[in-house]
Design a protein around this ligand. Sequence first.
Ligand SMILES: NC(=O)NC1=NC(=O)NC1=O
Length: 244
Amino acid sequence: MHIRVINPNTTAGMTATIGEAARRIAAPGTHISATQPDAGPVSIESHFDEAISAVGVLEEVLAGEREGVDAYVIACFGDPGLMAARELTRAPVLGIAEAAFHMASLISTRFSIVTTLGRTGIIAEHLLEQYGFRHHCRRVRAAEIPVLDLEENGDAALSRLIGECRRARDEDGIGAIVLGCGGMADLTDEIAREVGLPVVEGVTAAVKLTEALVGLGLGTSKHGDLAFPRPKAFTGRFAHLSEL
Ligand SMILES: NC(=O)NC1=NC(=O)NC1=O
């Protein structure tokens, strides 16, 4: 099967990190392609960044449909464009936040999220409500690291992350930690070793869940609100979408 992992930001180094993490845990026979939009924010740290990045995510899904991709992972913890992307395909489409919440809920009754900047925490809180995991999550914490520090100041970022994960372990009454950024995809094992709790990371969780969905012959339902969009004209820079 072919899973396309889409990094919604436009930082190639993070796309490579995400792709390598996905390939490390993919099953034999699963081909992983990791892509990013041609245009958009170099990192996603706000509602504005999310909105702009969503168009690029949808363009990547449309390209994947032309290539016969079997499943998609949206590798940003805000799951930008997730529901719109599901309208575009019969394939499974998973966001890394949703995938991580499901996976963490299967191994613990309570988890905390450790994400990058405090201001993105509200986005994770909205997703917990939207996906029905509000009561599973004890606290949304932030290590207060800019997303690109994960690429550019890795050691310092990791140290701050481990410190916040240890506080979550000691204060929150949890059984697991969810890492709240696609750029943390290569840090799972080290953080789990240092903190002594199961650590769930969304890219790897989403890859394994999409393998399960494809293996069961399950894909996005086209009955109801996730049916293909009604054909219509798009104008200006989106005119090419009129041919959907
Ligand atoms: N909460 C986050 O850090 N979200 C993210 N911003 C990115 O650019 N990638 C993410 O996963």
